[in-house]
Design a protein around this ligand. Structure first.
Ligand code: FES
Ligand code: FES
Length: 153
């Protein structure tokens, strides 16, 4: 039995030794906003924040996250109101199939927390490990700029 701190709440879960955080979130806690893409740490679809830093939950054993603050996409919107970043993704049409989107948003959320007005280079460097098979990269960059205040730094 593990005790994990997920989205500000202590959750007790049964998990096998080495079981990836991704499957604990999705299958045991019902938090299916976090997606399975490659399972090899290469695509970023499974990105969540651990103590504010993006991690690939497919490659993170759940037991290694005890005592850490896990944040998933489900905890961004409050009372039905999207965050500025989520709204910017919609406004810029920064998604097509949407499969990469929660991972993109979690990575971008961490970027904006550390760098409130990133320039193109900072965005591209930070988001480099998140893959969008639909190729919406330019719109994702635009959405991050929009969330940061609407102007390109
Ligand atoms: S599913 Fe985790 S990086 Fe691709
Ligand atoms: S919107 Fe389809 S993978 Fe990014």
């Amino acid at each position: 039995m593990l005790t994990l701190l997920v989205n500000g709440t202590e959750r007790k879960v049964e998990a096998q030794a080495g079981e990836p955080l991704l499957w604990v979130l999705r299958d045991r806690l019902g938090l299916t906003g976090t997606k399975y893409g490659c399972g090899e740490g290469q695509c970023g679809a499974c990105t969540v924040l651990m103590d504010g830093k993006p991690v690939r939950s497919c490659r993170t054993p759940a037991e290694s996250t005890t005592g850490k603050k896990i944040l998933t996409v489900e905890n961004l919107a409050k009372e039905g109101k999207l965050t500025a970043l989520q709204q910017a993704f919609l406004d810029e049409g920064a998604l097509q199939c949407g499969y990469c989107t929660s991972g993109m948003i979690m990575s971008a959320h961490a970027l904006l927390a550390a760098t409130p007005r990133p320039n193109d280079e900072e965005i591209i460097r930070h988001m480099n490990g998140n893959v969008c098979r639909c190729g919406t990269y330019q719109r994702i960059v635009a959405a991050i700029h929009r969330a940061a205040g609407g102007k390109r730094a």
